[in-house]
Ligand binder design. Structure first.
Ligand code: HEM
Length: 414
């Protein structure tokens, strides 16, 4: 294993200038360029904004676990989320985070989780129905719809078809405004009526109206003051990440047809358990190369030092699992897709679901739906890539193959 850097590279404004445009336009390219040019731990001294880009595996793990109490979610994220009328455990800190987190952990608690075992039929029904309606699908949209339906149905007995509009399209529109606001260093308050602000307000109002409708229904069975935050968190932290992971899985199968055949053969031949572990290993390799949560954002609470490295108060930390997962000292031939890399091996540096106290409470659920979906699709459908434009990683809030990625499905025994 390589040495943990105890000295970090510090960049002044002149050295940072070439990267600033990327910071606003493509966060993934920004962190990759910084790492390529300056290594795994870089401190960027931007006026009014201290930023550390960390992709050293051991430092990321330390910061996410034993040094975690020195950190919180960033103010800029909280502020932007607030203008869109929501927070939730993905964004909160302190007691509010604990409360929200307790709910999400219970949503996927062992006893509750057993209920999900009936989910297989729901998945099969929904996949078949969607493909029958339209054999050509954008996987990001397709899996968003599926995931949302499952979580709403099982968590709240509410079906997403009860929304008034295409809630997924609406969500991604709001999400687009949200990201633009997050990236803009000179954000104008929402009450200033720029064309962007007007559209953002209008779309968010439509989105919130749909959430109101769900709250009205759900309140009948579960009175709860923080429903709005919970429901929004499901969109942001649950639906989008799961859909990104499953879309990358389809992409991985299409790019590696031999793996597709091999997995299919093992499903048809082996017991349930064996084929599941193979599919799970495949999903782990997919999330290694394309982790939906590609950057963990944190902010330093109060100044602290560790191993001679000083972390000034309010420093923004961009910890980059996307790069950690491509570190050759841990992952041999990191750019090669090896579907069975994780079949009998694991590493703490593989962290697609985060680490420490804030690790993802929905991880097991996502892995369960992932396995069931992939099995059903592999056994019952032929599918091919019919994208008219190049598919490349799209760094939204989650990293997905984006809406350029399109697949055509055909039922095998039709
Ligand atoms: C493949 C699917 C998923 C992936 C890759 C994923 C990934 C992650 C990651 C990396 C984090 C940590 C973020 C950080 O430390 O800043 C996280 C947190 C979280 N995830 Fe997931 N997630 C997935 C599915 C889900 C689902 C299905 C739900 C529930 C509906 C969910 C709910 C949450 C919540 C509430 C948090 C915040 C936890 C906290 O801060 O305490 N996730 N997820």
């Amino acid at each position: 294993m390589q040495e943990r850097p105890s000295k970090i590279k510090t960049l002044g404004l002149l050295e940072i200038r070439p990267y600033l445009k990327l910071l606003n336009s493509n966060l993934l390219e920004f962190v990759c360029e910084i790492q390529k040019d300056h290594g795994d731990f870089t401190h960027l001294k931007i006026p009014f904004f201290n930023l550390m880009v960390v992709s050293d595996p051991e430092w990321v793990e330390l910061l996410m676990t034993s040094l975690h109490s020195n950190l919180q979610k960033p103010d800029f994220l909280k502020k932007t989320a607030k203008t869109y009328g929501s927070s939730g455990p993905f964004i909160d800190d302190g007691d509010k985070w604990k409360e929200g987190r307790a709910f999400f952990s219970s949503l996927f608690h062992k006893q509750t989780f057993d209920r999900y075992m009936g989910i297989r039929e729901a998945i099969i029904f929904k996949i078949d129905q969607m493909i029958l309606e339209n054999p050509k699908q954008k996987p990001v949209h397709f899996f968003s719809s599926l995931t949302l339906d499952l979580i709403f149905n099982y968590g709240y007995q509410f079906t997403s078809t009860e929304f008034d509009e295409d809630i997924i399209e609406l969500f991604f529109e709001v999400h687009d405004h949200f990201l633009k606001d997050l990236k803009s260093p000179f954000r104008l308050p929402q009450w200033i009526l720029t064309p962007h602000n007007l559209r953002a307000k209008k779309n968010n109002a439509r989105f919130q109206k749909n959430i109101d409708k769900a709250i009205k229904q759900i309140k009948k069975i579960r009175p709860e003051s923080s429903l709005r935050d919970e429901l929004t968190t499901i969109f942001v932290a649950g639906m989008e990440a799961t859909s990104a992971m499953l879309s990358w899985c389809l992409y991985g199968l299409l790019e590696n047809p031999e793996v597709k055949d091999l997995l299919l053969e093992s499903i048809e031949k082996d017991s349930e358990k064996v084929s599941s572990s193979k599919i799970q290993a495949f999903m782990d390799e997919v999330t290694r190369l394309y982790p939906p949560g590609y950057i963990f954002n944190r902010q330093v609470n109060t100044e602290f030092s560790h191993e001679n490295i000083k972390f000034p108060k309010k420093t923004q930390l961009f910890m980059v699992p996307y790069l950690v997962h491509r570190n050759p000292s841990i992952f041999k031939d990191p750019l090669t897709f090896k579907w069975d890399r994780f079949l009998n091996w694991s590493s703490k540096a593989h962290m697609p679901y985060g680490a420490g106290a804030r690790h993802c409470p929905g991880a097991q659920f996502a892995r369960l739906i992932g396995t069931l979906c992939l099995k059903h699709i592999l056994v019952n459908y032929n599918f091919k890539n019919v994208s008219t434009e190049t598919v490349k990683p799209s760094p939204f809030l989650s990293l997905s193959p984006g809406f350029n990625f399109e697949c055509a499905f055909e039922q095998k025994n039709a």
